[in-house]
Design a protein around this ligand. Structure first.
Ligand SMILES: [Zn+2]
Length: 452
């Protein structure tokens, strides 16, 4: 009898133990899920309320206009996110009801523009390999449009970026979320996918899936025109087209786009009012993209003009007022210092000949940080012989021209109030751009380090 009663008792104990374990496990999982969801949304980095009323920034040295003319004790009056008056303190009428912010002691400059980023890339360290451990985090961040990257850009004073190769639908949604004031972040101008070939970069080099939204691989002129048409769509479409014309190195050749296809891409883009910018490697690649009629160039690589500019090419580039973002920052990660110095000489020669030099970091590539990459590029350009003013213009007014925008890139009436206050004088010492104290995005104060 007692023997019979013991068994159900043991069983009951076992069952209740299992029940408790199950309950605890369920509870722990539920807490983790809730914590995950809370974290997911709490760290989304949403945009704050739009700037309201009049805001006057007073007392700073203001770098005014496209030429960055310094005005000591300047005043900037901001209304509804845009600059409505700027000048010397005595020349600007500050309405009595305006909020006045004293920024004396700082230099106020236009928000920086990075013309070359990849917003959705893994962004590895220079010597890091992608590992399985980073994958869940990458996916979560991708879904949230990388709050950390948006923050890093703004914290370094970068208020506009040009995405040159990201998954098309994703980056257009990203751009829209920021435009709609849902997410905080820089203005985004997006190329969407990269036009290249199945044997070209980044398909053959980085293993980008041919049918992913990151590349387009038209093999005929007709297919090229159709692909461009599909991407062009006014406000909802891409802002520009990017082509990769790249023959690689002799020991590692890559397949370039056929000239006929290249020409079709450019002419169709122009028909839709879209500029075309080209990634190029060798001089032959450069000749192709010039023949096709592209509007801007990215990179200056050792394979191209390391030994010097062929005079007729230099003449043609300068004659066509061709903007070049040398992206020395990404080059510096992979080439020895003496080669970098040689490239810097070519950059200096291009500027000295009257060429337009603009700023792009290639952030998202291994070893190139978002935000800080722009500071590094500015320093490398000054090290190439550009004046501090020319380098800064390359990241402000000249970059805005390349983006065909008269809304950004200068502290001037009618422009967006995308502004950066830095300690020190970047026209005297370019490294002052690192000392970001305040950042305004459409008049909203998004970075404020005064309290620290
Ligand atoms: Zn790139």
């Amino acid at each position: 009898m007692s023997h019979l009663a013991e068994r159900p008792l043991k069983k009951r104990r076992l069952m209740s133990l299992l029940g408790r374990i199950a309950l605890c496990t369920f509870g722990a999982v539920a807490i983790l899920v809730v914590a995950g969801i809370v974290f997911f949304f709490a760290t989304l980095y949403r945009a704050g309320a739009a700037q309201e009323g009049d805001l006057a920034l007073v007392g700073a040295t203001v770098l005014v206009g496209e030429g960055l003319e310094p005005h000591r004790n300047g005043t900037v009056l901001i209304r509804e996110g845009a600059i409505v008056q700027v000048g010397d303190a005595e020349d600007v009428d500050v309405p009595p009801e305006a909020t006045v912010l004293d920024v004396s002691g700082y230099t106020l400059m236009p928000g920086l523009i990075d013309l070359h980023v990849h917003l959705g890339s893994p962004a590895l360290e220079a010597d890091q390999r992608p590992g399985a451990m980073m994958f869940p985090r990458l996916v979560a961040d991708w879904m949230r449009f990388f709050p950390g990257r948006r923050r890093a850009l703004l914290e370094h004073g970068v208020t506009t970026v040009r995405s040159l190769g990201d998954e098309t639908e994703w980056v257009l949604e990203f751009r829209q979320s920021i435009r709609d004031g849902e997410l905080e972040g820089p203005n985004i101008f997006a190329a969407g996918p990269i036009f290249t070939t199945p044997g070209g970069h980044p398909v053959a080099t980085f293993g980008v899936e041919p049918d992913s939204g990151v590349v387009r691989l038209p093999s005929t002129a007709e297919a090229a025109r159709a692909a461009v048409r599909e991407l062009a769509g006014g406000d909802r479409g891409v802002d520009l087209i990017k082509v990769v014309q790249e023959r690689g190195r002799p020991e590692y050749p890559l397949e370039p786009i056929r000239l006929e296809v290249l020409r079709a891409i450019v002419s169709e883009a122009h028909r839709h009012g879209l500029p075309v910018i080209a990634h190029w490697g060798t001089l032959e690649d450069l000749e192709d993209v010039l023949d096709a009629g592209v509007d801007g160039l990215e990179h200056l690589e050792a394979r191209g003009v390391l030994g010097g500019w062929p005079p007729q090419i230099l003449d043609e580039l300068v004659g066509r007022d061709m903007p070049i973002s040398p992206t020395l920052t990404v080059m510096a990660v992979v080439i020895p210092p003496e080669i970098l110095r040689q490239l810097q000489r070519r950059v200096g020669e291009y500027r000295a000949a009257g060429g337009r030099v603009t700023v792009g970091s290639d952030a998202g590539m291994p070893g190139v940080p978002f935000g800080a990459g722009v500071h590094r590029e500015l320093e490398l350009l000054v090290g190439s012989g550009l004046t501090t003013r020319d380098a800064l213009k390359g990241a402000t007014s000249e970059a805005a021209k390349v983006l065909r925008s008269d809304r950004i890139g200068a502290i001037a009436n009618g422009r967006a109030a995308d502004l950066v206050a830095v300690a020190g004088d970047p026209l005297r010492d370019i490294t002052a751009v690192r000392s970001v104290v305040m950042v305004f995005r459409d008049g909203r104060l998004v970075v404020d380090r005064r309290r620290r």
